[in-house]
Design a protein around this ligand. Structure first.
Ligand SMILES: *Cc1c(COP(=O)(O)O)cnc(C)c1O
Length: 225
């Protein structure tokens, strides 16, 4: 695992170089979904501190079993009835895909008297199998989400299509970045657009070249699920 991690860190460094970006402007999230706790602990031992999970129950269980300095990212589709179990436990919820989900996160955050940082998930490749707002829906909804109490919109997230050649996804990453720039220019209260969560094992280099601030890598670190 240490070897795999080194290779990825080197690839990240090279992509940052090509894009003229500082290496530390990209956060590597180790996607530990389906991996047993002792495997996740190995990633912790080689230095990982940011982990991503796509199921509430799995996130909560691993959080209880692993050191408390880990930052947990919720990256999977989130049902409203599960929100109460993870609010207050995540660094960032990447997968907000509806106004009603945002309302629920707001409500539960108010109960805990805290603020939750969220990203809006954008399905800009318009794949019918994936969750997320279309670009039009983002524009229609963002102001309604931004006014909700106790949440902050930190940016956007996308899951690009599975492709053999990552160059095919460059257009989607570039489009997400442009959307984030356009939203930022509107200066909406509670909307910073400082985070662009895009890029997975198969396409993170291109995502970084196009401005990703957070890459979510599972297979590349842990091997096949
Ligand atoms: C599983 C998953 C990843 C990681 O995928 P890999 O191809 O294994 O790197 C990233 N983001 C999301 C939302 C995921 O569900």
């Amino acid at each position: 695992m240490e070897e795999r991690l080194k290779i990825i860190q080197e690839q990240i460094r090279q992509a940052c170089d090509r894009a003229g970006r500082a290496y530390d402007c990209v956060t590597l999230i180790a996607v530990s979904k389906t991996m047993p706790t002792q495997i996740v602990a190995q990633a912790y031992e080689v230095g990982m501190r940011q982990f991503g999970e796509n199921k509430v129950q799995e996130l909560v269980k691993k959080q209880e079993e692993l050191p408390s300095d880990i930052k947990w990212h919720m990256i999977g589709h989130l049902q409203r009835n599960k929100v109460k179990y993870i609010v207050g436990k995540t660094e960032l919820i990447h997968s907000v895909d509806s106004l009603r989900l945002a309302q629920e996160i707001s409500k539960e955050s108010q109960k805990l008297n805290m603020t939750s940082d969220i990203l809006l998930e954008v399905n800009n490749a318009m794949e019918s199998t994936k969750y997320g707002f279309s670009v039009d829906e983002v524009w229609q909804t963002i102001s309604d989400i931004a006014v909700l109490p106790n949440i902050r919109i930190k940016g956007l997230m996308t899951i690009a299509p599975y492709v053999e050649n990552q160059e095919e996804n460059r257009k989607y990453f570039a489009e997400l970045r442009q959307l984030s720039v356009d939203i930022k220019a509107k200066n909406i209260d509670n909307v910073t657009m400082s985070v662009l969560s895009m890029g997975m094992t198969n396409d993170y280099s291109v995502a970084i070249e196009e401005g990703a601030t957070h890459v979510r890598i599972g297979t590349g670190i842990f091997g096949n699920r």
